[in-house]
Design a protein around this ligand. Structure first.
Ligand SMILES: Cc1cc2nc3c(=O)[nH]c(=O)nc-3n(C[C@H](O)[C@H](O)[C@H](O)COP(=O)(O)O)c2cc1C
Ligand code: SF4
Length: 367
């Protein structure tokens, strides 16, 4: 049997295979962030398709941290009942499910929040829209909000939570010297820039206890001038390991990193797949925490090679599951042809319509 189909554990969570659905904003939640039947159906399809660990889209932990239309919310107890329906479906089909927790920081959208976005610093060279630096009191409130969101997640039946520390959202902004120009205890040295991440981990741990898996998605590099570089990212990995993180999902880039963003186009050959593989190897050589690798993985052979050759412990994909929610089941049944996703990211554009994500290529074919 391929090691991809081995059962493994992350803290108290047992997974039936090594496949992860990376967090993917679907644009299907209600205006206040509540679950909808459409979102529930999509998550159930992923579970029916044998994904070992489903990670939800990024769920905002405070109303003012909302980034996109139809984004999932987890900022009030009223969200719990809808979220519970999703976790029950996932469990019915033998998947495990985590919720990704986020605050958009300077990329929160005033059109949804009605407030001026707050981030670590005022960085008009990077972000055109009006935004301001957050106070220490506000930072403490954000940390507390992540702890409360994790409590709701556990009550809703999630098997794990994931801190969104990647792609230029709030925690990634704090880690990044390009976004974080503070001169107080939350800026400057790497220890200071990582402070909010470690405080968030501590607040979540206090809410969910020692056995509940707490994961993070983080950047190996920002691919931005003056942004987070690999050596510092490895040091963040060390700090997270020391503070008891259960797994790291490695990604890279921000929404202002151009062609080197997290969601890259033109993944055609096996060589172009797994575009953060070199950085993943550096992580595996240095940090003992289980590593989930995302970014352009499309073929079974590549996925298997990444595990066999020690680049990663788990294989995470986003766009391939938009086109084929049953991809893992297909590979498990012996049809090992590569994912049919052509990585043109048109599904992301479709999600902005407010009608929810779908594979544009597949729909055109069927039309
Ligand atoms: C439509 C869309 C929505 C996404 N939403 C999220 C998200 O909510 N949280 C996140 O961490 N990454 C998000 N991503 C990035 C993916 O999780 C993943 O890191 C990236 O697409 C690379 O993986 P892939 O090549 O398998 O698609 C999104 C990507 C797409 C295409
Ligand atoms: S539109 Fe379809 S083929 Fe294109 S990236 Fe999205 S899922 Fe893949």
């Amino acid at each position: 049997m391929s090691r991809l189909f081995e059962s493994t554990s992350l803290n108290s969570m047992t997974l039936k295979n090594r496949f992860v659905r990376s967090a993917t904003w679907e644009g299907m939640a209600a205006e206040d962030g509540s679950c909808t039947p459409q979102l529930r159906d999509l998550m159930a399809k992923l579970a029916q398709g044998d994904v070992g660990l489903i990670i939800s889209s990024y769920a905002y932990v405070l109303p003012e941290g909302k980034v996109r239309i139809g984004q999932l919310g987890i900022y009030k107890d009223e969200h719990i009942s809808g979220l519970r329906e999703i976790t029950q479906d996932a469990h019915r089909y033998g998947s495990r499910i985590a919720v990704q927790l986020v605050h958009g920081g300077v990329f929160s959208d005033a059109a949804f929040t009605g407030r001026i976005p707050l981030g670590p610093s005022h960085v008009p060279n990077l972000v055109e829209a009006p935004h301001e630096e957050m106070s220490i009191a506000y930072i403490e409130g954000v940390v507390e909000a992540f702890g409360q969101a994790a409590r709701r997640a556990k009550e809703a039946g999630f098997d794990a939570v994931q801190i969104h520390g990647a792609h230029g959202y709030l925690h990634s902004q704090f880690l990044s010297p390009a976004f974080n120009r503070r001169t107080d205890a939350y800026g400057g040295s790497l220890e200071n820039r990582a402070r909010v991440v470690l405080e968030t981990l501590k607040a979540i741990r206090a809410s969910v206890g020692p056995d509940f898996p707490v994961l993070i998605k983080m950047n190996c590099r920002d691919f931005l001038d003056g942004g987070l570089a690999l050596e510092e990212s490895l040091q963040v990995g060390d700090l997270l390991e020391r503070h008891g993180i259960d797994a790291i999902e490695l990604s890279g880039g921000t929404m202002i990193s151009g062609m080197l963003g997290p969601v890259r186009s033109g993944v055609k050959t096996e060589k172009q797949e797994a575009y953060f593989r070199t950085e993943a190897k550096a992580f595996k050589e240095r940090v003992q925490v289980p590593l989930i690798l995302v970014g352009g993985i499309r073929s079974f052979q590549t996925a298997e090679q990444l595990i066999e050759e020690g680049y990663a412990d788990y294989i995470s994909m986003s766009r391939p599951f938009v086109r084929e929610p049953d991809l893992v089941k297909r590979w498990g049944s012996g049809d090992r042809r590569k994912a049919r996703c052509i990585s043109d990211s048109r599904c992301r554009d479709a999600a902005f319509s407010g009608e929810g994500i779908y594979c544009v290529v597949e729909q055109k074919k069927g039309a």
